[in-house]
Design a protein around this ligand. Structure first.
Ligand code: MRU
Length: 354
């Protein structure tokens, strides 16, 4: 396998060989250590998602699908109703781990439908169908990422400078990724890009994961601090911005990692196209606008201490630590999905996808 294949074929989430637990790459340890974790209990899975050991909207969905299947194998219920009750308890618990990325509840709802729609079958038969469904969610993500990358690469030219924020590559998804998928696919086809990766404070997924993936794949990547996006744009080094998404509202407002909306505002100012890339499973037609999207607030420790040998702020200092922000649809040039490229007005172009 060449370098690029090694990166695009990394399996950040999978079912264990004996089919009873979920194996993930612990993304909090990268780029220094490639460590795998085996998740077998509801608490293991909840904590892995909450602490971003597995992260990125599609990877969270895949992990939740495999996770709830493994937990279903452990249910000891005398009848179907008892099984459904326990299944729903696990579902509610896993669903509470991260509220913003819709793929979590999307995958759990898909799994629940299998149980709810097969009340006439033996539990062993339902378990078989659940296994098929979670493998399907994973397989579909591979296909979606490939299609998104194909559409995305059609928006770029050889030699372009591209700015990315956070991580929406193979670790966050399956194979190529979404927000960074076109860069890997383009590279495979001999295209060369100059990529600027925002470090993405406070958890540094841009520095730890995106710069790692691109560098290992032999793509020209330059790591910058988040407050440097403006200068690289002003210098004329950026021809396009590519980002992933965690939830897209029906009007195109997009929740993605905190700092994304700032990049979009800058891109508008400098006249640079700003593209959001994600599967239709990330579009939530039930959210009318970004105002309906719940933004996860996280532990102040992520700002004050994590990744520092000594705290960088007084213990008693107040922190505001939202994990995501919403980019207004008016700042988005196009939303790239596996079904095609949507342009404004998004209320019309997104609705056509469903
Ligand atoms: O908090 P994270 O690391 O899960 O946030 C990730 C992002 O914001 C990604 O850009 C998004 O999930 C898309 S991943 C294909």
């Amino acid at each position: 396998m060449n370098d690029i294949n090694q990166i695009t074929h990394v399996e950040s989430v999978r079912l264990s060989d004996d089919g009873t637990s979920v194996i993930i790459i612990d993304q909090t340890q990268l780029p220094n250590r490639m460590e795998y974790l085996t998740l077998s209990t509801a608490q293991d899975i909840w904590e892995a998602i909450y602490h971003l050991k597995v992260r990125g909207a599609p990877a969270i969905g895949i992990c939740a699908g495999y996770g709830i299947y493994c937990l279903a194998l452990q249910i000891k219920a005398g009848d179907y109703n008892g099984f459904l009750r326990e299944f729903r308890k696990n579902k509610e618990y896993l669903d509470s781990s991260r509220p913003t990325a819709v793929n979590l509840s999307w995958a759990l709802n898909r799994m629940e439908k299998v149980v709810a729609g097969n009340g006439d079958k033996e539990i062993t038969e339902i378990l078989k169908l659940l296994k098929e469904e979670c493998l399907k969610i994973h397989q579909e993500d591979i296909e979606m990422c490939r299609a998104i990358s194909e559409y995305g690469v059609s928006l770029l030219k050889d030699g372009d400078g591209v700015l990315t924020h956070c991580n929406a590559g193979p670790l966050a998804t399956s194979r190529y990724g979404t927000g960074q998928g076109p860069l890997f696919l383009g590279k495979e086809r001999g295209m060369n890009f100059r990529v600027y990766a925002d470090e993405t404070r406070p958890l540094l997924q841009g520095a730890r994961l995106t710069a790692y993936e691109l560098q290992k794949a032999g793509i020209d990547v330059t790591l910058i601090c988040d407050n440097m996006a403006s200068i690289v744009m002003k210098n004329g080094w950026i021809q396009a911005c590519l980002v992933g998404c965690d939830r897209v509202a029906a009007n195109g407002d997009t929740a993605n990692k905190i700092g994304t909306s700032g990049v979009a505002v800058l891109a508008k100012y400098y006249g640079i196209p700003f593209y959001v890339l994600g599967p239709t499973s990330t579009v939530d037609m039930k959210c009318r606008s970004g105002d309906d999207i719940h933004i996860e607030l996280r532990d102040p420790e992520e700002i004050k201490e994590k990744f520092y040998s000594e705290p960088v702020a007084l213990k008693e200092v107040k922190c505001y630590n939202p994990s995501f922000d919403v980019t207004d649809h008016s700042l988005i040039t196009a939303i790239v999905t596996e079904k095609g490229i949507c342009y404004p007005p998004y209320t019309e172009s997104l609705a056509k996808l469903f």
